[in-house]
Design a protein around this ligand. Structure first.
Ligand code: NAD
Ligand code: ZN
Length: 353
């Protein structure tokens, strides 16, 4: 049996952000709101009209991805103040995950790493509204909040039904300002989640439907002339939403553990790290490898090369940091995944990136 929890209310369409001006979107008798907004918008006027004097705003610096340390620090500071009634996350995956993690930890005590894993949170967090400003990670609809744990050298989510937003505003006008390369990197995250899910052994027929639809939309968007047209921004937002639902019921595969290792060891951001990993995974996903590189080439997307020279200490770190993600690797390659992904194979893969 699969358990599915849906987001209660979704406001979808250009200009949907205006819903934030109506009290009806918030819980009854709410007093204070806490906004987590991507720092990109700090000096811009766009969200100012939604913020009142009683509200607090935390601008999220996305130059590094959220970690157990960064979240614990926010919680420490917040606990000295009044706990807000509503949390609103406005931004990309990093900001949305920050909003979700903080919401969870305000009502579940202890450090964030205590909840990294599956179904470890005990109760609902603070009421939370998600508003993506870039499409692809599916953080808006998924049931996880991904945090890097530098101490354990792992990137792992708080996977729980409590990590799901209560409400969503999906307004494709908000993604207008995303630079083209970033639009591709993040957009491709939903494509990669979706094909990994479809190729895995943790099968779920509903997830398969969402994944297939997400892939179809992403390919349409990145096969077109103007990937940031009105229609394409809307379709990519839909694809991201569907991809997030899909991955909540299924599991990623080989790409994400390798990508997580690049994020933990080199601090490369998730979606760019995925694209770099795509250079190495032809033998596991030949069709999607070809399709991905066809689209990247067509759109003239810059994907850097790592050109790693062999160094035993570094490669051991990369290998260990990959193999620690057992669940997705088992999903993709079976229980004996370490026989396929032995040190020699992993070294070869990292050298291809
Ligand atoms: P991000 O949130 O870091 O945003 C990417 C970049 O785009 C940043 O520089 C940001 O400032 C900028 N940006 C965002 N909106 C913009 C806009 N409208 N105009 C101009 N610039 C804008 O990255 P991301 O790719 O959205 O998300 C990656 C993060 O999401 C990682 O931390 C990853 O671990 C996490 N993630 C979470 C899930 C989940 O289900 N919770 C799934 C996949 C990835
Ligand atoms: Zn991802």
């Amino acid at each position: 049996m699969d358990y599915i929890k849906n987001i209660k209310d979704i406001y979808f369409g250009e200009g949907a952000i205006k819903e934030l001006l109506k009290d009806s979107i918030f819980p009854h008798n709410f007093k204070s709101k806490l906004f987590f907004i991507d720092k990109f918008f700090m000096k811009k006027k766009i969200f100012k009209k939604f913020i009142s004097n009683n509200d607090s705003v935390f601008y999220v610096d996305t130059s590094s991805e959220p970690s157990t340390c960064s979240i614990d620090k926010i919680i420490y500071d917040l606990k000295k103040k009044n706990i807000p009634d509503v949390i609103i996350g406005i931004g990309g995956g990093a900001t949305l995950d920050t909003a979700k993690a903080v919401s969870n930890l305000l009502n579940n005590c202890g450090p964030s790493e205590k909840y990294q894993g599956w179904d470890l949170l005990k109760k609902d967090g603070v009421f939370k509204i998600g508003i993506p400003t870039i499409s692809g990670t599916g953080a808006e609809s998924s049931k996880t909040s991904v945090l890097i744990n530098f101490k354990k050298k792992i990137k792992l989510g708080m996977n729980s039904r409590f990590s799901i937003f209560d409400k969503l505003i999906l307004d494709s006008n908000l993604t207008k300002t995303v630079p083209k390369n970033q639009f591709f990197y993040t957009g491709m995250d939903t494509y990669i989640h979706s094909f990994e899910s479809l190729h895995g052994s943790y099968k779920n027929s509903l997830a398969d439907l969402y994944s297939k639809e997400a892939i179809k939309l992403v390919v349409q968007v990145f096969n077109s002339r103007n990937i940031k047209s009105k229609k394409n921004r809307k379709n990519l937002m839909l694809a991201s939403y569907l991809g997030g639902l899909s991955i909540s019921m299924s599991m990623v595969g080989v790409v994400h553990p390798l990508s997580a290792s690049l994020s933990v060891i080199f601090g490369i951001h998730h979606c760019l790290a995925n694209c770099i990993v795509m250079r190495a995974i032809k033998e596991f996903y030949p069709y999607n490898y070809n399709e991905f590189w066809h689209l990247a080439k067509k759109q003239r997307i810059f994907i850097p090369r790592l050109n790693l020279k062999y160094n035993k200490i570094l490669f051991n770190k990369l290998i260990n940091s990959t193999l620690i993600h057992k669940k997705p690797l088992q999903n993709a390659l079976g229980k004996n995944f370490k026989k396929i992904l032995n040190d020699e194979k992993l070294t070869e893969l990292f050298k291809k990136m």
